[in-house]
Design a protein around this ligand. Structure first.
Ligand SMILES: [Zn+2]
Length: 258
């Protein structure tokens, strides 16, 4: 009898959940035989936390594969599977669910060509919910236990209106870039689609993780376990209280509440 617990709660697991969702990985029928669906991560899941029961997976695929900075696999996935999926939706699905207030704009790509892109406000709340599931799943995979505590996220590919969030993005990018050289433990069976790496816990027991989708779409996570010491993040507390706070990495200064 299977008495494994779910990766997100105490219920008994009844199935396996792909982390990240299977639909992010191109299908062989689209890739002329290249297999991007090998060595995928699965975690035990209860009925409630199996996202197959919602359309969140599809939402996530459409949100991530449409990003202009993506590598060719992400762009290709958008042209094949994501487009097929969009065609099955109502006309206003993109507008209502994925990218609000969106407009089509002609932009120049890095190779000098022009491309029509959709620009608008991403459905961040839903995106965060999907990414939180992935964070729980990857944590389970890494530590072989369920994470209990608080998860925070910063999405590198979103332009935040808040100056502090914009600075935080740059700060985290630099922080993880430095760490990458020390610790080359990048994990994921199909790096062009998805990979992740963890940082060593800091003095307060806070664990950092970076996930990269399609080579460019980065998300930074922090895991504050229930047994992490207080203050959870002193710098963050100062920042949130509006006090001018400077953080320094390798001589580069990041100033919050300028
Ligand atoms: Zn569950």
């Amino acid at each position: 009898m299977n008495t494994e617990e779910c990766y997100m709660c105490e219920r008994v697991a009844t199935s396996k959940e792909h982390v990240p969702p299977l639909c992010l990985f191109p299908e062989i029928k689209d890739t002329k035989g290249i297999n991007f669906r090998k060595n995928l991560i699965t975690v035990p899941s209860c009925d409630i936390h199996n996202s197959k029961k919602s359309d969140d997976d599809e939402f996530l695929m459409l949100s991530l594969s449409g990003l202009i900075k993506n590598n060719p696999i992400g762009n290709f996935h958008q042209l094949t599977k994501s487009n097929r999926s969009l065609k099955r939706k109502s006309k206003d699905f993109l507008e209502k669910q994925i990218l609000r207030n969106h407009i089509l704009k002609k932009v120049k790509t890095t190779d000098g060509k022009f491309q029509m892109v959709s620009i608008g406000n991403p459905n961040t709340e839903r995106l965060l919910k999907c990414l939180e599931h992935i964070a729980y799943g990857v944590y389970y995979q890494e530590f072989k236990e369920r994470f209990e505590g608080e998860i925070r996220m910063v999405l590198e590919f979103i332009e935040y209106h808040d100056d502090n969030m914009q600075t935080m993005k740059k700060f985290l990018k630099k922080r993880f870039a430095g760490e990458k050289e020390l610790n080359k433990e990048i994990k994921g069976g199909n790096l062009l689609v998805f990979y992740y790496h963890f940082l060593e816990p800091d003095n307060f027991g806070l664990i950092g993780m970076r996930i990269v989708f399609y080579g460019t779409a980065e998300v930074y996570f922090s895991f504050k376990g229930n047994n992490a010491k207080e203050p959870f993040d002193l710098t963050l507390k100062l920042m949130e209280s509006g006090i001018k706070t400077t953080m320094n990495i390798d001589g580069e200064e990041f100033v919050f509440n300028k």
